[in-house]
Design a binder for this molecule. Sequence first.
Ligand code: FES
Length: 105
Amino acid sequence: MTYNILVTDHNGKEHILEATPGFTIMEIIRDAGLDLEAICGGCCACATCHCYLNEEWTDKFEKADDDEEAMLDQAYEVKKNSRLTCRLNFSEELDGMKLILGPKF
Ligand code: FES
């Protein structure tokens, strides 16, 4: 069984990425070679892995904790559907989820 996520990059191009349960969304995007900085490597210390979740998927994740909210305060153009991809774990029920990469730093 393979699972996918759909990611729109900074140029507006949509990519279908194979996603493995247990990995973070950041790892899936980065390992696919898309332009996602993720400078801190997933430590919730840089906000360069910012994304906008498609509205229909926002409720599938736990709400952002205080650490994530604090880092999102450092990101550009934050919206109510903003999340840090390193804080989002992929699981089977997220098959087909969509997101858009946040603006580059
Ligand atoms: S990779 Fe740095 S906060 Fe997500």
